[in-house]
Design a protein around this ligand. Sequence first.
Ligand code: HEC
Ligand code: HEC
Ligand code: HEC
Ligand code: HEC
Ligand code: HEC
Ligand code: HEC
Length: 360
Amino acid sequence: MRNHRRLVLIAAAVVALVWWGSQVAAFHDEGVADCAGCHTMHNSQDGALVDPDSPNGNPWLLVDASPSDTCLNCHGTRLGAVFAVDPLTPAPEKGGGNFIFLTEDNINDGHGGATNPIVGDAAGHNLDAPGHGLAPDATLTSAPGGSFPASQLGCTSCHDPHGTDAFRLLYGAGRQVQDGVATFLNPAPVAEGLSIFFGTESDSSHTAYQGGMSAWCGNCHGDFHDEAGGRLEHPSGSTLGGSIATAYNLYNGTIDQTGGVAATAYLAQVPFEDAANTTGSTAGPTAGSTVMCLTCHRAHASSAPDAGRWDFAVTFMFEDGDESGSFDMSSLLVGNYANQNQRSLCNKCHNQDEFDHNPF
Ligand code: HEC
Ligand code: HEC
Ligand code: HEC
Ligand code: HEC
Ligand code: HEC
Ligand code: HEC
């Protein structure tokens, strides 16, 4: 190809990319997007049904059968890809996690898990999205610790379809959710996320959790896990204190329990809240940092029961996926954590593997 032709082609490609970038970059724009992106007034365009799944239309005049199906049409396999297509090859992790694990036939990697399947609906928040093969949770009828009905749970139970200026368009205090299914009492969490167009979670590129997540989950889960009402539970939304923060900073995996340094101690699989966190920060916690719901859970779903950031029922992390045949979450671990001796990530704060024998 002659050089000037190549240059013209490259210039055209750049223009196309910039055009495409400006088109995709703006839909919600931290507020209400163009109505036609999600609604259809007559369910008819060019004489054809806009939503063939609902020949008689649907209650909110949406372009697909349910609110969650409408969101998944854009966000299922791109724009953050929160669903993906195959639970064994999930889309890159950005923080929330993939709903595709809800379709697993077994996520039980505990002892005897192969013959005692735990089906995918325990992998996290179930959604009413028949167009994507999803249905409300078959086991839990409401949010443990609270009363939000599982039958109504979908994307728009947490994210405002008409937009907010909060982190990830999440609902805040005083807001009525889904036409009044619930009213949130606590504000949206303070955090900053990765771009949904590119990038993947790592120890130096991750959601910057800054505050308020536990209270926000509490909008539906009440005071679950909060030791309120006299119950003894693991703290959430509480400060770590000096000795746990020090343990976190020193712990650099089962094979190096005291070799870590505070400046690089951040482990994306075991995050904490701190006002100083940024999406690129690698620093570990201080005494005033907070343990919170997403220290142990994903907000959407994971390949472990209870949306665990790691499987709470395996002894060695590398055993993940072995019994169940589901996605191996230990494949996401790197550095000193990526070896067969690595035990439960609870040790990042508690270091109970101190006196263990390393068998491998
Ligand atoms: C990102 C998708 C999306 C966009 C864009 C959107 N809507 Fe909606 N809208 C929904 C969903 C989903 C519901 C169903 C209620 C729910 O799930 O919260 C809804 C419900 C409604 C309702 C009835 C319930 C309510 O919340 O008052 C009205 C009216 C409405 N939308 C109007 C609009 C108008 C007008 C626009 C454009 C300015 C718009 N919507 C843009 C998704 C969207
Ligand atoms: C027509 C395609 C389309 C539909 C339908 C759609 N989105 Fe989006 N969404 C986008 C695009 C493009 C972006 C990135 C740009 C932006 O935020 O405007 C985005 C961004 C987001 C973000 C990240 C915002 C941030 O600030 O980080 C969330 C959360 C989200 N969408 C949720 C939803 C939910 C919930 C629904 C269903 C009610 C929905 N989207 C429907 C295209 C769509
Ligand atoms: C809009 C209400 C709502 C919010 C907000 C909410 N949840 Fe839930 N959650 C539910 C409901 C309803 C269920 C039970 C149905 C299900 O599991 O699908 C549930 C179930 C769960 C489960 C158990 C999943 C299973 O199947 O065993 C976990 C873990 C969980 N939530 C954690 C969280 C965390 C962490 C947050 C905050 C990031 C959060 N939830 C925010 C409504 C909510
Ligand atoms: C129980 C509440 C809840 C439900 C239900 C929920 N989300 Fe989220 N979503 C969150 C929270 C919280 C985050 C931020 C998670 C983080 O960064 O750790 C998030 C993050 C996101 C992001 C940013 C990318 C990522 O993976 O972190 C997108 C896009 C998104 N959600 C879309 C959706 C769509 C589409 C649905 C329905 C198919 C949905 N969400 C259902 C709470 C929820
Ligand atoms: C230190 C880790 C940790 C923290 C922090 C944590 N959880 Fe959990 N969560 C777990 C484990 C482990 C389980 C499995 C059941 C158990 O051990 O009680 C679980 C189970 C759950 C369940 C399922 C309960 C059921 O009956 O099926 C829900 C819902 C839940 N957590 C919500 C939350 C919420 C909301 C927060 C924040 C307020 C939170 N968790 C904070 C570790 C944690
Ligand atoms: C981000 C740090 C962090 C992680 C990760 C974490 N914890 Fe904790 N844990 C704490 C804090 C802070 C306390 C309160 C300690 C105190 O008050 O002295 C605590 C208390 C406890 C206690 C009560 C012990 C006591 O001294 O009263 C137990 C048991 C416990 N955690 C188990 C777990 C398990 C099991 C996991 C993994 C599922 C886990 N923790 C993950 C920070 C963490």
